[in-house]
Ligand binder design. Structure first.
Ligand SMILES: NC(=O)c1ccc[n+]([C@@H]2O[C@H](COP(=O)([O-])OP(=O)(O)OC[C@H]3O[C@@H](n4cnc5c(N)ncnc54)[C@H](O)[C@@H]3O)[C@@H](O)[C@H]2O)c1
Ligand SMILES: [Zn+2]
Length: 339
């Protein structure tokens, strides 16, 4: 078992990472909740595999209700948000009851948002089951839904009471979902944990320790910038180009971030900031995990970004690296890139 403590001003919490954790879930829930009733929110995919066992486990101590919504990003909508609140109210949820988010990032973001807003806030616990949610979305307190064709535009900061991770759930995750999380996991290594990169290279298995090491990077950033007003920006490493490729090439987010990281490292090399071995080693690691590793030329896309942002000065703040584990915010101008 590995454990991390997220230390925030008003609402600190623990993250537990343990193979087989779901089999004695009630033990961990009891640590943080002494009430009578819990409400599990999950999606249809995850429900099929895990809901019965989780319900049964919790039934020994609590009255358990559950709500199942359709899987996929389209559930992060105002309609499903309303429907979910309605179903919870029909099942007589009160403000002192506990919500349990059982699923990937979609379930986490949506349940967290309900937890931030229903009754002006009620407690929730996160049980992330996808790799992306285990290493990324379940910590940091960002919750929300998509609206007006924009992602995460309605939302709130809401910290969970606890995050409970069972790496065994990754065994049932489809390969493409695994890759999606792998992109962010490797990103954490690149911006903040050199030993994680070494470990992945020598022993490419995702276990309790790897999840732990990846989370230590986001933990540090989140603790230093709870409300995303500065330092959290480094988590966007690889995302400026990544977002463009995600749309244009119809790639999964994690795949697009993989290419985005290589592009921004190439940019750093051209600016004499990033040593070339970083490019070589990251490319090898991405290939090892079956992630795309042949990026397009970043220069065309850079001009596009400047144009898109109507950036008259022709300068953009980029997150580059001086080496693995050494991110730096760096203003890059169109002129420099045109060289
Ligand atoms: N809040 C944050 O800080 C933050 C950070 C990054 C991403 N996100 C959000 O996270 C979401 C993406 O999360 P995701 O990739 O987990 O997507 P997801 O929740 O849609 O899960 C991916 C798919 O895997 C299935 N699944 C999940 N766990 C499974 C398991 N153990 N076995 C079998 N199937 C399983 C789900 O049903 C779904 O079909 C996006 O909406 C994104 O905006 C939020
Ligand atoms: Zn991302």
């Amino acid at each position: 078992m590995r454990q991390l403590h997220i230390e925030l001003k008003d609402h600190s919490y623990d993250i537990r990472i343990e193979n087989g954790l779901l089999e004695h879930l009630v033990f961990y829930i009891e640590e943080i909740y002494q009430g009578e009733k819990v409400y599990i929110v999950t999606d249809d995919n995850v429900a099929k595999i895990y809901l019965d066992a989780v319900r049964e486990n919790l039934c020994s101590h609590y009255q358990v209700e559950s709500v199942v919504i359709p899987h996929g990003e389209s559930s992060k909508s105002l309609e499903i948000y309303a429907k979910l609140c309605e179903m919870l109210l029909e099942k007589e949820i009160r403000r002192n009851h506990l919500l349990i988010a059982l699923g990937g990032g979609v379930i986490g973001d949506l349940t967290g948002f309900v937890s931030a807003t229903l009754y002006r806030g009620l407690p929730y616990v996160s049980i992330p089951t996808s790799l992306l949610s285990q290493v990324d979305s379940s910590i940091g307190g960002k919750t929300g839904i998509d609206f007006y064709q924009r992602k995460n535009i309605l939302g709130a900061f809401k910290q969970p009471k606890a995050v409970l991770i069972d790496p065994n759930t990754l065994k049932t995750l489809p390969a493409e979902e695994f890759n999606n999380g792998m992109g962010e996991l490797i990103k954490h290594g690149v911006i903040g944990n050199v030993s994680l990169l070494r470990r992945l290279k020598e022993h490419p298995v995702i276990d309790e320790d790897v999840i732990y090491e990846s989370l230590t990077v986001k933990k540090k950033v989140v603790e230093s910038d709870e409300f995303d007003t500065g330092n959290r920006m480094i988590l966007n490493f690889g995302h400026t180009f990544g977002h463009i490729l995600e749309l244009k090439r119809n790639l999964r987010h994690g795949e697009a971030v993989s290419l985005g990281m290589l592009m921004v490292i190439r940019m750093g090399m051209d600016l004499n900031l990033t040593p070339s071995y970083c490019y070589r080693e990251l490319k090898e690691l991405l290939e090892q995990f079956h992630l795309p590793a042949v990026p397009p030329d970043y220069k065309n896309h850079f001009r596009e970004i400047i144009f898109d942002k109507k950036n008259i000065s022709g300068t953009i703040q980029m997150i580059l690296i001086k080496d693995f584990g050494q991110p730096i915010l760096y203003p890059v101008s169109e002129k420099e890139i045109g060289r």
